[in-house]
Design a protein around this ligand. Structure first.
Ligand SMILES: Nc1ncnc2c1ncn2[C@@H]1O[C@H](COP(=O)(O)OP(=O)(O)OP(=O)(O)O)[C@@H](O)[C@H]1O
Length: 261
């Protein structure tokens, strides 16, 4: 059984069919990328998965548990963490306190934990371990809101990891990053491989091809094709969608053009 499954997911906005009977599965430990040209419906699908939106039809299942109809916070408790593009960070708190608060939120007895000395020590140690895992140890005592964009994105991933997810939903983790920051984020995602499943929505096609075990291509709200990087690069329909679509991202077109050449 797959870890994560979407069954016949449908979302309409008025008369517009934005999610068109989407079936998708993510295996345990897999990095699965979701790509598609602008307006394909990726953001809507992410919102349906994370519980921001309810589908008109279909089901969302994680590790045999029905997520359909659950609130976003209930989905986190079921093992689904989503990176919210920095909005989950407390900008006036230090990185250390951000991490401690995230860890505290995911322990069942959070208030007792902060109240006791042993609990506080456990949280502090957990925060340091999480920082080390994500390469944030040098920033632990800095105020989160003062950090460079790339480090804030990394903190956002660390906060999602605090929930110890079975599936990590990464929504354009490289957006707005320079090459150096992107390379660091790529290395971080690579380091998570195998310890959880990851559903990666990303425009940077070099990153997608480097990281993804499988890729699903969304076009007009439908999954056009799913497969490994070679299958996707060589698929004539995918090439037509990207090479024939002026709205597709430059990076995507450039990456696919290189592969086709
Ligand atoms: N709340 C909404 N009401 C009406 N139409 C919407 C709404 N949200 C999205 N849409 C439409 O649904 C379609 C898919 O949008 P969506 O943002 O999911 O695509 P996307 O693949 O994430 O695109 P991009 O990469 O450009 O963000 C678009 O035509 C968009 O205009």
């Amino acid at each position: 059984m797959s870890l994560f499954t979407l069954h016949g997911l449908v979302k309409r906005f008025g008369g517009l069919l934005v999610t068109d009977h989407v079936d998708l599965h993510v295996e345990r430990g897999e990095i699965h990328a979701l790509i598609g040209p602008n307006g394909a419906g990726k953001t809507t699908l992410v919102n349906l998965i994370s519980g921001v939106l309810d589908p008109d039809e279909g089901r969302v299942l994680l590790d045999g548990v029905e997520l359909t109809g659950k609130d976003a916070y209930e989905r986190v408790a079921c093992g689904l963490s989503r990176c919210f593009q920095i909005t989950s960070i407390f900008p006036k708190a230090s990185v250390r306190d951000n991490l401690k608060m995230a860890l505290q939120a995911h322990t069942g007895h959070s208030f007792q934990l902060f109240a006791s000395r042993a609990g506080n020590t456990a949280l502090a140690q957990g925060a340091e371990a999480l920082a080390l895992r994500c390469g944030l140890e040098a920033s632990l005592d800095q105020i989160a809101g003062n950090l460079p964009h790339g480090v804030q994105r990394t903190l956002d991933v660390a906060l999602a990891l605090a929930a110890n997810p079975k599936l990590l939903l990464l929504d354009e983790p490289m957006a707005g990053m320079g090459p150096h920051e992107s390379a660091r984020m790529l290395a971080l995602i690579e380091s998570l491989r195998g310890s959880m499943a990851i559903l990666l929505i990303e425009h940077d096609m070099d990153a997608v091809f480097a990281l993804a075990d499988r890729i699903s291509v969304l076009v007009y709200g439908k999954v056009l094709v799913s497969g490994n990087a070679d299958t996707i690069k060589n698929d004539p329909q995918v090439q037509a969608v990207y090479l024939g679509d002026e709205a597709g991202s430059d990076a995507a077109i450039a990456a696919l053009a290189r592969e086709v050449a």
